[in-house]
Design a protein around this ligand. Sequence first.
Ligand SMILES: Cc1ncc(COP(=O)(O)O)c(C=O)c1O
Length: 1008
Amino acid sequence: MTPPQLTEAEALELLAQHYGLTGQLFTLPGERDHNFQLCLASGEKNTFKVVNAEVPLESLKTEIRAMQHLHSILGGLVPNPLADQAGRFISQGSLQNGSTCWLRLQSWQPGTPLAEFRPHTTELFHSVGHLMGRVATSLSTLAVPDPNPELPWHPDQALQIVEEGLSLVTDPLLKNFLEQALRLYDRYGRPLETDLPRSLIQNDANDYNVLVHGKLEGPPELSLIDFGDMVVSWTCAEAAVTLAYTLLGQIAPWKALQATLSGFSQARPLSLLEAEFVWPMALMRLGVSIVMAAKQIQEQPENEYLLISQQPIRELLQRLKDLSLEEGIARSRFACGHSPIHRKVSLETILEKQFFFPVMGQALTPDNTLLLPLGIESPSSDWLSGEVEEQSARIQQAIESAQKIFALGLYDEIRLCYTAPEFQQDLESRTVHLGLDVFRLAGTPIFAPLDGAFVTVHDNAQEQDYGPTLMLQHEDLNGENFFTLYGHLDPECLALWQPGDFVQAGTRIARIGASPRNGNWPPHLHLQVIGHRMGWETDFPGVALPSEQSFWKQLSPNPYRLLGIQEQSWVEPEGLPQDLLARRLHIMGRNLSLSYKKPLTILRGEGVYLIDSLGRRFVDCVNNVAHVGHCHPRVVEAQRKQSSLLNTNTRYLHPELVRYAERLCGLFPDPLNVCFLVCTGSEANELALRLAQAHTQAQGMVVVDVGYHGHTKSLIDLSPYKHNGPGGKGAPDWVRTTPMPDAYRGVYREHHPDLGSAYGGKVIEHAESLAKSETGLAGFICESILSCGGQIVLPENYLQTAYAGVRRLGGLCIADEVQVGFGRVGKTFWGFELQGVVPDIVTLGKPIGNGHPLAAVITTTEIAEAFANGMEYFNTFGGNPVSAAVGNAVLDVIEEENLQKHALTLGNYLLERWKGMSKRCPALGQVRGEGLFLGMEFVADPVQRIPCAARATYVVERMKAQGFLLSTDGPDHNVIKFKPPLVFPDSEAERLCNNLEQILREVPLQLT
Ligand SMILES: Cc1ncc(COP(=O)(O)O)c(C=O)c1O
């Protein structure tokens, strides 16, 4: 049935005639109806539908009734039917071509079609499922006859439509899918048909009928349009249809399934049978779509709407091609809150109750077995580092020195050793171990624990795979099946057995394989129990994604009993405490903040990566402390080595300390040639303040607005970021605050002819006022690039002007390099050098020790002398030999890895890319910075430059979801700061830019 043909002028006439309305009309796409958006003079919008007269009046009446019913329950989530002048919801109209049609008017639903909305997150699909669950629940209370019993999209007809249309489809990918879908439906769907509850369903939650209202915060709001395909069918088919369309989204199919069905079943619980039916029915719906498109494209090649859903289907089928379709049933059961597999007695109970011949020939006990923790939180998880021969030797030696026979790798451990591309999926990596690993010499025999028949005899020969693998099928005490899997075997077993061969309990079935033939691991057996193969043939996952941990653990419980182990607690990994957050909040000061809406538990660092407790790798984009990379081996080793020799204080001579002090001072221009080593940036600035006050015999300081210099009492006084922020008491009378030299939103902006002098003049004004005051002028402290202020680069000539004025008045100039020093700014080694000045005092911190508590003050001999007034300067930990060794190692790495040059090249590249993005995305008002100290400022209006923290936070959270850790700063929290470890790889910079580019195009970020 085609839409009635009419012009907009004709439609306007009909509107005036029947509804007494006039306005502007815009044609909308439609398969059956000719649809228009009507914009009334009042600004209100409606949808005007001109319906083919062949559509039976009764079915239209049911549609209106259902919409009214839904509107009364769900309100604005669905359109409200509007009456004509005679009070009718369906009017009959006459078209100029002599035919008649039905006319309908309804309220307009704002929003972006799901198909066009971005981002497609799992939360969004959950919301779509939830909305359709609510729709299904609401419609099920409306008893009406089937409005469209003949509809080809009717779930009741799906099987027949696909079977009959199969011959029309010639494309091998589509055809093969249809055949598989038919087989699956026939086996798993059809037998359930008669037992499922039926009701009216909307039956068309396609990605053009679900509208999304994206917001910067909170879950998106959704609404539903188009009730023309409603039918009476299995209620759960509503979930299947919804799923068929959300599968067409951008993320992994199983994640879309989990999100959609868990959302649906939260609103409309699906029984076990319904949950099992959903997947085969969803595949049939995709099948109908393929068949209908093939048919309709033949009939109406010009109707673009028909083509819309075809490309995403092809993409989805490409993705499904490599997955076991049967797995969808277990996944659906699980997503709907049921156990993924159907068993009368749980596998755990069977494992407990049944007797097994021990797989290694003897039971593993604490006496003969060494536990080998390989989990992320275990410091000894480096068992598997280095070449495989080293790993094998290390493990064998550990077994021997502990006088044991076996070593055991644990079940449910989060492991980082699975690094091959096969283990990476989406943004996650498969890290959760689903079996037990028994380490012993190659050749060690392995025995069948129970009578069974081989279902898999296969060489999974890829690197890091199982190598030669066997799988046995067993019958348990209750006559139900389960499977046991043996991986990393000696290849002899491949010749020994064939699928179908039967073995008795206690038969030697294989031997432990040697590397590299065993998948290239140290010799060990991977033993796993499997409740259902879900269509997997020669393989079965031995590690799972953390987000799917509970699904896979139900399929593969801990197989400890097969090894004769009695006490499960003995072989359970300790794991992380679940209540870490609550305990931290309880035991630690409340104003210690945590990043992100959902805080991360970070357990490991490696170069530019931070790795969390689930083994997820995040790219650290804000940690300028880990300057040369997290846990740089050179720095770690220097620290370890010196710690094992000596760690005392500066009251003894030590060559490492003197060497470091000389080396550090050597990096500064004259006359900066004396250093003090301290432990934190705060200590450094505190000491700098004392030096300045001692030298000038005055107290007053000029500080830059929104500056932060440390957490001590005097430094809070010097930090407007704190004393003017929440809980602050403002500046004391000895501190004067000069405005940030912000060329984007400050008092003087980019078109000013000499910004540096203008803002520098402000510093001098304050210095003069202090010099005249009782406190006098001790100096001026300024970060070399403003960090908390929002990554603001000082305008040219700023420090030159300010320093000259301050010095004229007898004050000293302090450069706070705690954030930006050590080559980060790229063009120069120190940030102040960008301004062509030499400060009187420089303070260093954060990056200086790559995470080790080390900081420094560098000054002139003259100032240091003025400070040496007889009072000893002693700092228990400052300048200890371990810190000195660490400091030296950091300098070595900066030099050897050419990190300053890298900061310059990569920083310039990123700035260029981001500038391009800022042109395309008005919400990204400005990008700025030097080297790898960059900022992105977000605004609500690029002309007025109104700051928009919500946009910056949105980008930070979205980038976190893509695996990049960023954070915001600036007085209005609308600047994203980028100050990563300098070892930031070019490849990650590329990935960061590509992700950022996509996120900046997402609907919620757009300015309206
Ligand atoms: C510019 C600046 N100075 C000083 C400090 C204080 O350093 P710390 O936290 O090591 O005491 C910080 C810390 O963030 C800083 O950003």
